[in-house]
Design a protein around this ligand. Sequence first.
Ligand code: SF4
Length: 705
Amino acid sequence: MTIQIHAVRTTCPYCGVGCGVKATALPGGGATIEGDIDHAANRGRLCVKGSALGETLDLDSRLLHPAVRQGGALARASWDEALDTVAEGFARIIAEHGPDAVALYVSGQILTEDYYVANKFMKGYVGSANIDTNSRLCMSSAVAGHKRAFGEDVVPGCYEDFELADLIVLVGSNAAWCHPTLFQRIVKAKEARPDLQIVVLDPRRTATCELADLHLALKPGSDVALFNGLLAHLARSDAFDAHYVASHTTGLEAALDVANAGDDVARVCGLDPDDLQAFYDLFARTEKVVTAFSMGVNQSSSGTDKVNAIINCHLATGRIGRPGMGPFSLTGQPNAMGGREVGGLANMLAVHLDLDNAGHRDAVRTFWDAPRIADKPGLKAVDLFRAIEAGSVKAVWIMATNPVVSMPDADQVRRALAACELVVVSDVMASTDLAPYAHVALPALAWGEKDGTVTNSERCISRQRAFLPAPGEARADWRALCDVAQRMGYAGFNFDSAHAIFDEHARLSAWKNDDDGHRRAFRLDPLVGLSRAAYDALQPVQWPLNADGEGTARLFGSGGFSYPDRKARFIATGVRAPANVPCSEFPLVLNTGRLRDQWHTMTRTGKSPRLAGHAAEPFVDLHPHDALLAGVREGELARISSRWGAMVARVAHGGGIARGAAFVPIHWNGQTASDARVGALVNPAVDPVSGEPEFKHTPVRIEPF
Ligand code: SF4
């Protein structure tokens, strides 16, 4: 393609806010970046990461040509040689060991069209549901919570609700750093209406707390107890919406029984009883409440219960799907939502259909004209890498993610990949912690070069548009998948564009949607048959679309949930302690998370000196008292150890850490002088429903280095 020298409207590739961006390629390389004033997600605002996008587009360290391992080293190969190696390897292993001996591990960074093809390839043609994604590490508890409550993975509200609310509760969310432009909308709303109350529930005193009227520094992992206590308080305060509960829900009695059986909540949560009471009273008397939650809720061995404990309080008060109110999942990645829509997780099917429903499986198989269909859930991320180490999964194709850095128990991932018969890596970067394990490396298109759609946290589908030429021999991930599928003799992969894939995805969403009384909210009917020009010009739109093609800001205000009886479910959420608790050997609780100016493993944001200025090296934030006990001082190097691994980082104070806790950012990798992958320390405990790992609660020890 030729370079587009006019501004191209596209979408930021970082967080789940999904800001609109106008990018103008520069003749000498790079691009100028500005916020898109016409995109409803950000109305022209960009955070520091988004505004630095133009500084991250150079080709330094890019993987530009396919490579195949020969004699111990990756050697440049043609696409044909690389694709033949992948196709022959996958076909042979499937023939010898069955379809469950191969897997895909993909990413919330890939586009919906890539995700759709990957899911179709595995579930419909290979015949295994062994496709999981780094979104498992991010929001799978929200998916599971939505599905249990609503019968479908649906975010009921929209960003505007944050501006219309009278009370915003932010749970396990440092939105000031992790969802910055949405946080700026909250700041503006607070400036315009100082009576807008902001409550932050977070063990850390983060930057988000600067705006809070009340910060409840609850004990890590005690969220279910707190929201169960709130449900019981709402009952006592006569704050339930009896009509909504009776008309649109079932199961309140059981949920309330469990909530009423809770212990002294303030003690369990480690909170001042007066502060807790103030929050409960505020919630009970305020009609317009948004409860937004993020990784502090999801990344937990009881993450799904936390999500449902929050949703229970909104269902009981009928505060859902109306302006200014509702539970709201703040998604981490730019296209975790798109991946959910196409069913690109090991326990999902496609277009919000159910893998465990024979009718749904048959419908999707028929639509795809597929030779088979996966009939049981595949391996979720943690179990997948265990199965690879154990040898039952013998080939894995990893796309746009680096599990050697980002997975919990990340050294186990190294062992697994070292033992794996065939590791295929699709990436934009040549040298990563993952590259030494690749038998085949496939160069992928990066942001600005690829073309398709993403969906943000408020269900808004936006176009990512290319404005730069494909460098070297880089190809779209969907094209590499189709090329391999065709070599394996699979029909149904003759797509010639992202547009053709999107059209098939839209048709599947509309096909037999309500044939069995299981009418799903996810449907793109009016987008079926879009011309190429119309797809190219597609404006951001929130699904579901009405007959006129207009989006839907809110759902469930008048019920209409996705269960066959159209009723939501209360879930009885019992209190469970985190999977691994501190002990004399590992006395501190490690919490991990993002920094304001970096993204994931820094392959892109690490290129910007401006962004690197925020935090130059890995650090461990400690309470001064705990540093004293450990014999380390601010500015010194310390060794951080858990039962699973160790790393070295510089001691810091000032991050709002409570006594007994430690915080380490997730961004640094094993390419630094000392291996600084915090994932190597993180315990691999997972939520039993969602499979999401417990990144927020690993017992660790700190020692002088
Ligand atoms: Fe990008 Fe998120 Fe920043 Fe918006 S808030 S510019 S989507 S990183």
